[in-house]
Write a protein that binds this ligand. Sequence first.
Ligand SMILES: Nc1ncnc2c1ncn2[C@@H]1O[C@H](COP(=O)(O)OP(=O)(O)OP(=O)(O)O)[C@@H](O)[C@H]1O
Length: 210
Amino acid sequence: MILRTEGLDVGYRDRVLIRGLRLAVDAGDVLAVTGPNGVGKSTLLRCLAGLIRPLGGRILVQGAPVDERSPAFRRTVASLLDTSAWYPNLTAGEHLEFVQLVNRPVPAGWFEAGALAARLGVSRFASVLPGQLSSGQRQRLALTLALARPSRLLLLDEPERHLDEAGRTAVGALLRDYARRAGAVVLASHDPTLIAAAGAQPLDVPDWHG
Ligand SMILES: Nc1ncnc2c1ncn2[C@@H]1O[C@H](COP(=O)(O)OP(=O)(O)OP(=O)(O)O)[C@@H](O)[C@H]1O
């Protein structure tokens, strides 16, 4: 099992947003966390990524408790949450080369960087600096970088952000391919196009605060 949660309570201080969540996400699974604004989808993803602590319960990634400082955890988990940081003087293509360089050796059968860039349309602006990209182009680049890094668990918060319909469909297809490469995906999304294209199982978080 790649990701398991037991009795997971997620929220801030004494405000519980999601209570007693039990998840079992295995290789090949794509889980789409859905639900209205403010129910706690991003907060859940931040907990799974080890960026904030849950209020209760356990999160196990490949059998070990979440620990963002552990190299094994960082090798296992790739995420795209909130905003991304860029090197202002590196082009889009150089960002991709950089990610490949620091993640060597890339295992056989992993996404080929050039093919990823082509599928997400990044090749067309490979020579452009991040500050000169549109929001959708930056999102395409951020997703390419997240997928270029070998991992087993991919955590994505609203990957559809800023993307046109073709982009959302392309991302969905890539998530399917990621799962086929024995990965597990957990994403938060409001986008039925992307959820369908990814072949994701929906997990609806109810707004029980009313
Ligand atoms: N750092 C924080 N401290 C306290 N409360 C927070 C913090 N960040 C978010 N919240 C609150 O937690 C609740 C859940 O926020 P969260 O971003 O997880 O929702 P979401 O389901 O991802 O929403 P959306 O669909 O709008 O992205 C909101 O009421 C929000 O105001």
